[in-house]
Design a protein around this ligand. Sequence first.
Ligand SMILES: Nc1ncnc2c1ncn2[C@@H]1O[C@H](COP(=O)(O)OP(=O)(O)O)[C@@H](O)[C@H]1O
Ligand SMILES: [Mg+2]
Length: 219
Amino acid sequence: MEQYLKPSMEGGIFITFEGGEGCGKSSHIKALKEWFESRGFSCVITREPGGTPLAEKIRALLLERGSDEPMCALTELLLFEAARAQHVEALIRPALKAGKVVISDRFYDSTTAYQGAARALDPKTVALLNKVATSSLSPDLTIILDLPVAEGLARANLRDEGAADRMGSQSTDFYEAVRKAFLDLAKAEPERFRVVSSAGSKEETFNEILGVVRGKFGI
Ligand SMILES: Nc1ncnc2c1ncn2[C@@H]1O[C@H](COP(=O)(O)OP(=O)(O)O)[C@@H](O)[C@H]1O
Ligand SMILES: [Mg+2]
């Protein structure tokens, strides 16, 4: 099987999960880490915005609700990118260089979808800032968990008991634009992306994710 292993340029394997609110990213990432570890891989899970102490402070600013001063779309974009630059430099690249499997709950595709498509910031600016913040680091595999918006919001609402954060409190149209943007990204870059429906049970979804990971890396 060795010959099928396709590690990232950095040495390890970099997998990201994307998708709307409540689509199951956090649940499946946790399960996937356990699966990798049961096979002897050293695996780090992380998230965006956040992942390092400094980036988590920026996350708190981004997700805080009820501030008197609404956050401008460009401020939001730059804060996401600032957090990302720290995350990539201080956590992701060193872990990949150490040969680890890194799984991130969201990465720059979320910025393309949320700040680019849904907030309608200039896509070229978003793409450039994504490139700068990651110093061109790209995931080996990006799994999009796809779910109708209403179902995702209902699951997230159950999970959070109605207390959504700022990014989780946008309009249905906003989340429809996010969903469409993720599916468009997957079409444009089929080599990197796999779309997995999260509409069935957790077990069905996870089995499909495992199939994707095993197929991609030959594990
Ligand atoms: N097929 C499924 N896959 C993942 N989560 C599911 C599924 N069906 C129901 N859930 C539930 O949906 C909720 C949202 O999942 P979560 O992993 O927190 O999503 P996200 O991190 O994408 O916002 C959780 O409470 C989870 O138990
Ligand atoms: Mg989550």
